[in-house]
Design a protein around this ligand. Structure first.
Ligand SMILES: NC(=O)C1=CN([C@@H]2O[C@H](COP(=O)(O)OP(=O)(O)OC[C@H]3O[C@@H](n4cnc5c(N)ncnc54)[C@H](O)[C@@H]3O)[C@@H](O)[C@H]2O)C=CC1
Ligand SMILES: CC(=O)C(C)=O
Length: 256
């Protein structure tokens, strides 16, 4: 019988990559996303490959909806084994020009959405009584803040803190909590970041992307699969003694 993995923001990008990768390890995949079109497309793809998957529409900023997500997915697939807080939003703007509405929404989705996800998953794991794995999406912006991404960086610093605090408290229940810190991963989020950054800097998008590439030691951007491999490791038996850690997956951009 498959074990259940809930992945938020799995309708595209890194989350979809994580869904595809964990499906290879015979997890039943709960594709949780605010976007029903892309989310269902990922489910259709997994099901066409013979994998167990179902779409759940959720806004992770809504605590009750996150708890309902866990309850519905467990009712559909049985015991929860893995919860990945991947959903996130970003925007580019100067500190002083950042729009308050965008700042509020970003903290509600990234920081509070991760908080509710840890709460809901840990509550379910405690009920089940034999541990579990929680993995959170931080960022290289959680170890060194990014200019033009003040709110985003703060949210990711916060997620690193949530990861450490949850790991300390939940270890007694054999629940590990870790985070992945991607650098530059080619997704729609990154496309939007590159476009706005180029406009602010008055350069072309290719020029902006070429500049960023010079900062990556391995000389290439990441693909979602690069990050998904790290998440697959975090939830594997091999990482059973790892908790509270935030692992840079950036091709060599930050060396903390
Ligand atoms: N792409 C990159 O270079 C990096 C991404 N990250 C983080 O990785 C995670 C995934 O990023 P990407 O795949 O690039 O993003 P993306 O924007 O391409 O995909 C994010 C997914 O989350 C969903 N989503 C957004 N708000 C939601 C909400 N309130 N409730 C439920 N679902 C929601 C979107 O519909 C989308 O399917 C994010 O937390 C991001 O901050 C971290 C470092 C670098
Ligand atoms: C560094 C980072 O988190 C993005 C989205 O670029």
């Amino acid at each position: 019988m498959s074990k259940l993995a809930i992945i938020t923001g799995a309708g595209q990008g890194i989350g979809a990559g994580i869904a595809r990768r964990l499906a290879q390890d015979d997890y039943a995949i709960a594709v949780a996303d605010i976007n029903p079109v892309t989310g269902q497309q990922v489910v259709d793809e997994l099901q066409a490959a013979g994998k167990a998957a179902k779409f759940y529409q959720v806004d992770v900023a809504q605590r009750a909806a996150v708890f309902d997500l866990v309850a519905q997915a467990v009712a559909d697939f049985g015991e929860l084994a893995v919860y990945v807080n991947n959903a996130g939003v970003a925007f580019i703007d100067s500190f002083v020009d950042s729009d308050p509405t965008q700042v509020e929404r970003l903290f509600d989705v990234n920081l509070k959405g991760t908080y509710w996800g840890i709460q809901a998953a840990a509550t379910q794991f405690k009920k089940q009584g034999h541990g579990g794995r929680i993995v959170n999406a931080a960022s290289l912006a959680s170890v060194e803040a990014s200019a033009l991404q003040s709110a985003y960086s703060a949210s990711k610093f916060g997620i690193r803190g949530l990861t450490q605090a949850a790991a300390k408290e939940l270890a007694a229940d054999h629940i590990t909590v870790n985070a992945y810190n991607p650098g530059v991963v080619r997704t729609p989020m990154r496309d939007a970041i590159d476009k706005k950054t180029a406009a602010i800097k008055h350069v072309t998008v290719p020029e902006q992307q070429a500049q960023v590439l010079t900062e990556i030691a391995l000389g290439r951007e990441a693909q979602p699969a690069d990050v998904a491999e790290v998440v697959a490791w975090f939830v594997s038996p091999a990482a059973g003694y790892v908790t509270g850690q935030s692992l840079l997956v950036d091709g060599g951009m930050r060396f903390h």
